[in-house]
Design a protein around this ligand. Structure first.
Ligand code: 13P
Length: 249
């Protein structure tokens, strides 16, 4: 089964009601693309974002969820709540949550399982730090994160993996195409459904580097931070997908 390309935007803690015209602005690029398009706004905007993109084929997702479906967890948001607000996906285990909130692989696994139980596709993030890469441990670290973060029963489950090297996030630095190709191939070998699971690259993806990264065999799309806040840049990244699918001459 062919894997569909997914271009996902993570707005992080950015955006307001006035940002919702973004969806109209990217609609032409999304319409002309074979890729699936997903935007993960802050949860306060999720419902309105879902309304704003209704009928356009663009999907919305959460940036995190709690591991439980409901209960006494002040300030947290559950996967069923995201689903009710219109989400189809939820990001779990982003390195900013691992760092800022001390999230462990075990917690990320529990969140992934909660997402699946609620009918959401978890976008499970992994990635090494600069020190780990410089020590030659990048593949080992990512393989271990995957082993600990994937849901217990992950075969035949709709999962998305996002490889985001921590040192490339928000820094303007991107991993070289060789490093990305090697890592994505290594990740694929760790997955229960290697042929069908979508693996995204994230970390300073921009219009200028998207075609090169998306052109790699094992790269099935991108998880975009900063460049997903500007409709012109995000549209250009979406347009880079069609260059990926154009036949080589
Ligand atoms: P940047 O694209 O801003 O580097 O962020 C990547 C990211 O963390 C997406 O989840």
């Amino acid at each position: 089964m062919a894997r569909r390309t997914l271009i996902a935007g993570n707005w992080k803690m950015n955006g307001s009601v006035s940002s919702l015209d973004f969806f109209d602005a990217i609609a032409p690029a999304a319409r002309n693309s074979q890729a699936e398009i997903l935007i993960c706004p802050p949860s306060t905007l999720l419902y309105q974002a879902a309304q704003a993109c209704a009928g356009s084929g663009i999907r919305v997702g959460g940036q995190d969820c709690h591991a439980r479906q409901s209960g006494a967890h002040t300030g947290d948001i559950s996967a069923p709540m995201l689903r009710e607000a219109g989400a189809s996906h939820v990001i779990v285990g982003h390195s900013e949550r691992r760092a800022d909130h001390g999230e462990t692989d075990a917690l990320v696994r529990a969140k992934s399982e909660a997402a699946l139980e609620a009918g959401l596709v978890p976008v499970i993030c992994v990635g090494e730090t600069r020190e780990e890469r410089e020590a030659g441990r990048a593949v080992e670290v990512v393989a271990s994160q995957l082993a600990g973060s994937l849901p217990e029963k992950s075969r035949d489950m709709p999962l998305v993996i996002a490889y985001e090297p921590v040192w490339a996030i928000g820094t303007g630095l991107t991993a070289s195409v060789d490093d990305v190709a090697n890592m994505h191939s290594a990740i694929r070998q760790c997955l229960p459904d290697p042929l069908t699971t979508c693996i995204l690259y994230g970390g300073s993806v921009k219009p200028g580097n998207a075609a090169d990264l998306l052109g790699l065999d094992d790269v099935d799309g991108a998880l975009v931070g900063g460049a997903s806040l500007k409709s012109i840049d995000f549209s250009a990244i979406i347009a880079a997908v069609s260059r990926k699918s154009e036949p080589l001459r």
